[in-house]
Write a protein that binds this ligand. Structure first.
Ligand code: SF4
Length: 351
């Protein structure tokens, strides 16, 4: 498969619905999950795409693209329920072939129309009834146990909406990690949160058993941050840098990651320069193309579209080159989005 075909797939998406998919929620969503050339791939579902998933293959204009596609079966743990009758599927989802992902608090203090990140739809899946607002640690532990035993899950990602407390949601995350690690000690867990107000919280998350951490900035350009993330941009880049540095000290080099979203208007060369600085401090910058999907202000109000493929490929290639130069790779992360890689093409270009 050429890299440009993989980039086209990431941007144009597919028609059709693979058995493993997601709708609404935090971060990239509205996609179907496949293995493409053996790597996890989260492909947007787009009714206007020239690519069609026919159940086994990906076709372009009716012709087999020759892509090595493997379909991921609907996981068996989705059919189980908690003692209170909550379907496990509402507590955590399968991402890719082997990642269990959950949003432990599905609400965010920044979700007011003038504050929310314009690409985010964290509360939409709550409104549609496909998830529950707050995941209980004991329920997450039961789901994790089942997902490992029944479906061969190999790592877990826990993200959270931001709470009003000084810890910005990290304390509940720590409780959830502890419960999962007690029940499934062999399962590596990545936590994702904003820079906590008290940096000691990062040690608390590590002590609870987290193996890796994502502190996601999305853009290193303050103008872009103010435009796209009016609420979150109140957390300064200096606070992010302090949190990344502390996280590298606590979790180790290349066990810390961040998202950089391509397509928000940030200058490509500036993004590459910033990504290199992150890599040099031991932080893996997961380059992810902005994905327009309904239910976000970006699409419903702004009419935003996906970035040009050439920019996505250029940034991904140059960031991957610097990752290789310093000996960092996504697959060396113990858990998390960088380890999974499905929402990015970095692993396809050697990162
Ligand atoms: S990269 Fe992260 S959000 Fe995307 S499919 Fe993988 S675990 Fe899920």
């Amino acid at each position: 498969m050429t890299v440009s075909t993989r980039v086209d797939l990431a941007l144009l998406g597919i028609r059709g619905t693979p058995p493993v998919n997601r709708t609404g929620g935090a971060g990239p969503t509205d996609d179907g999950h496949l293995l493409v050339d053996g790597l996890n791939a989260a492909i947007p579902r787009n009714e206007n795409s020239p690519f069609v998933f026919d159940g086994d293959r990906v076709l372009y204009d009716g012709e087999d693209t020759g892509l090595q596609i493997a379909t991921i079966a609907r996981p068996r743990f989705y059919d189980l329920r908690t003692d209170e009758g909550v379907p496990f599927e509402k507590i955590a989802k399968l991402h890719g072939a082997d990642v269990l992902a959950t949003t432990v608090v599905q609400t965010c203090i920044r979700y007011g129309e003038d504050q929310r990140c314009r690409f985010c739809s964290i509360e939409e899946s709550l409104r549609s009834g496909s998830t529950v607002a707050v995941k209980r640690p004991a329920d997450l532990a039961a789901v994790a146990r089942a997902a490992v035993d029944l479906d061969g899950v190999t790592q877990m990602v826990m993200t959270t909406g931001t709470s009003a407390g000084k810890d910005r949601g990290a304390k509940h995350l720590a409780r959830c990690v502890r419960a999962v690690k007690d029940a499934v000690p062999e399962l590596p867990v990545q936590v994702q949160c904003e820079p906590p107000g008290d940096l000691a919280t990062i040690t608390d998350l590590r002590d609870a058993g987290a193996d890796a951490i994502g502190i996601h900035v999305e853009s290193l350009d303050d103008d872009v941050r103010r435009r796209w993330m009016p609420g979150k941009s109140a957390v300064s880049l200096d606070e992010y840098r302090a949190a990344w540095a502390e996280a590298v000290r606590v979790f180790g080099r290349n066990q810390v990651s961040t998202y950089l979203l391509v397509g928000l208007g940030e200058d490509a060369d500036e993004m590459i320069r910033g990504a290199r600085e992150l890599i040099d401090m031991g932080v893996y910058p997961l380059v992810v193309p902005f994905r327009p999907h309904a239910g976000t202000l970006a699409v419903d109000v702004d009419g935003a579209v996906a970035p040009p493929p050439a920019i996505v490929e250029k940034i991904s290639r140059e960031v991957a080159q610097h990752l290789r130069l310093v000996g960092m790779s996504g697959s060396d992360q113990r858990a998390g989005c960088a380890a999974c890689g499905a929402c990015s093409v970095l692993q396809n270009v050697g990162g």
